[in-house]
Design a protein around this ligand. Structure first.
Ligand SMILES: [Zn+2]
Length: 437
């Protein structure tokens, strides 16, 4: 079975490579803005725009004619080509959204990118990309050292079970990363190693996840200590930052520090989630999770941090892939399935349950149970309800900053007990699935 996986490595570039990285990101931004100006003009006149290929042709003509654009040759031409592709896709998404053909929030017309105000990123569409040991070879940049070993990917490339598709390069808090989209050939077992095993999981705010399996065993995965301490650091950095005068040099410094702490939290969290989800997928054939309206919940500011920290969307996407790879399946409960409000003992449904109520107390049958465990039991019941599942995995990587969601967004998931919208909607809070395990 072929699946797309992202391998992401932090780079340790030389000063010359760092300059080249910045230059490429600048070229990509310039190309986006240049193309957007052309497309905007045409869109206002004819309600259509230039395709990526059309823009590339225009660009080729203009860069030869205009001596001010002579710098283009310093960078890989991929940086511009891929920026045009992103722009084309952003415009297609915009028109689809306008016609109501696209799920999610209404999209506006693409915006110009301003240096320092947008993410530094670009892509290599093709070219010589290799990963010899603790380094990666990229077009124009040569061999760049990586912080982690690339051997796992190198081995897959060598024995022909993986093929590198485009590579995205981006900067987060002063650190550069390269993310390879790789087509991997995975051998998937016909049947899960533990057929019939099932677990219902409640992705939590306090604990990372709480689960109850078919043997009645409860499982609680607390967030790692490193996450809690970096969250404390994040709060402190945030407070310090808000005290600095706007526009001052100190504010600039504290912003950089805040960004670094944010990046650290994201890494630690993703790592903990990877471990927990790998473990679940290996141990259970069927995993049932709830489908939370993450986009709606993040709007609630008090909950915002806690929710995004727990990384609901991320966890669900990891589970979708990993259950498939182990011959299992992920069932996602419908958005309106009242897993928290239902009594797991008698089935009575409460009209209201405040988030602060950590214990479920049933007024009908007298059941008293931890809120998360109660929800997990209800979710586990869905596994037995014979809900259908569609098992496949792929297209889980969101390329580029354009926020394009691949068509095969969540093929590893199935919906159960739904009374409202389908379970496979792309969520605003979902970010690219990085690291590969
Ligand atoms: Zn009850």
């Amino acid at each position: 079975m072929k699946v797309n996986q992202a391998y992401r490595f932090a780079l340790g570039p030389t000063p010359a490579q760092e300059r080249a990285l910045r230059s490429h990101a600048g070229a990509a931004r310039f190309a986006w803005n240049w193309g957007l100006a052309k497309c905007k003009e045409r869109y206002e006149a004819e309600s259509t725009w230039y395709s990526a290929i059309g823009l590339h042709k225009l660009w080729n003509a203009e860069k030869k004619a205009d001596p001010a654009l002579a710098w283009w040759g310093e960078n890989s031409k991929c940086a511009c080509q891929e920026a045009f592709r992103d722009l084309d896709r952003a415009l297609r998404d915009f028109t689809a959204s306008k016609k109501g053909l696209r799920k999610g929030k209404r999209l506006g017309f693409p915006l110009f990118k301003k240096r320092g105000r947008c993410r530094d990123s670009f892509r290599f569409g093709a070219g010589a990309m290799r990963c010899p040991g603790r380094a990666v070879t990229l077009p124009r940049l040569g061999v760049a050292v990586t912080h982690e070993s690339t051997r796992k990917l190198a081995r897959r490339l060598d024995n022909g079970t993986a093929r590198i598709l485009p590579a995205a390069v981006s900067r987060t808090a002063q650190r550069w990363f390269v993310s390879f989209t790789v087509e991997v050939e995975r051998s998937v077992p016909q049947r899960h190693a533990r057929p019939g095993s099932a677990i219902g999981i409640d992705l939590g705010v306090k604990t990372l996840l709480t689960g109850v399996d078919d043997n009645g065993q409860t499982l609680a995965v607390a967030g790692p200590k490193a996450l809690r301490s970096s969250l404390r650091r994040l709060r402190r950095a945030g407070r310090a930052h808000s005290r600095k005068t706007k526009g001052s040099a100190n504010r600039h410094k504290s912003a950089a520090r805040l960004a670094r702490v944010h990046a650290r939290v994201a890494t630690v969290r993703a790592d903990a989630l990877h471990k927990a989800t790998s473990d679940l997928a290996e141990r259970y054939e069927t995993v049932v999770a709830e489908d939370l309206n993450v986009a709606g919940m993040v709007r609630n500011r008090r909950l915002a941090r806690a929710i995004s920290d727990a990384g609901f969307g991320e966890a669900r996407r990891m589970l979708a892939c990993k259950t498939t790879w182990n011959g299992g399946r992920l069932i996602v409960a419908g958005r309106f399935y009242p897993s928290s409000k239902t009594c797991s003992g008698c089935g009575a449904v409460k009209a209201k349950l405040a988030l602060s109520e950590r214990t479920y107390v049933c007024t009908a049958c007298g059941l008293i149970l931890d809120r998360d465990i109660n929800a997990a039991v209800n979710l586990l019941k869905l596994a037995a309800s014979g809900a259908e599942s569609l098992n496949a995995c792929g297209g889980t990587v969101r390329p580029g900053a354009a926020g394009h969601v691949p068509v095969k967004q969540e093929p590893g998931t199935a919906s159960a007990g739904k009374t409202g919208t389908a379970g496979g909607q792309p969520l605003a809070a979902e970010r690219e699935l990085t690291h590969a395990h």
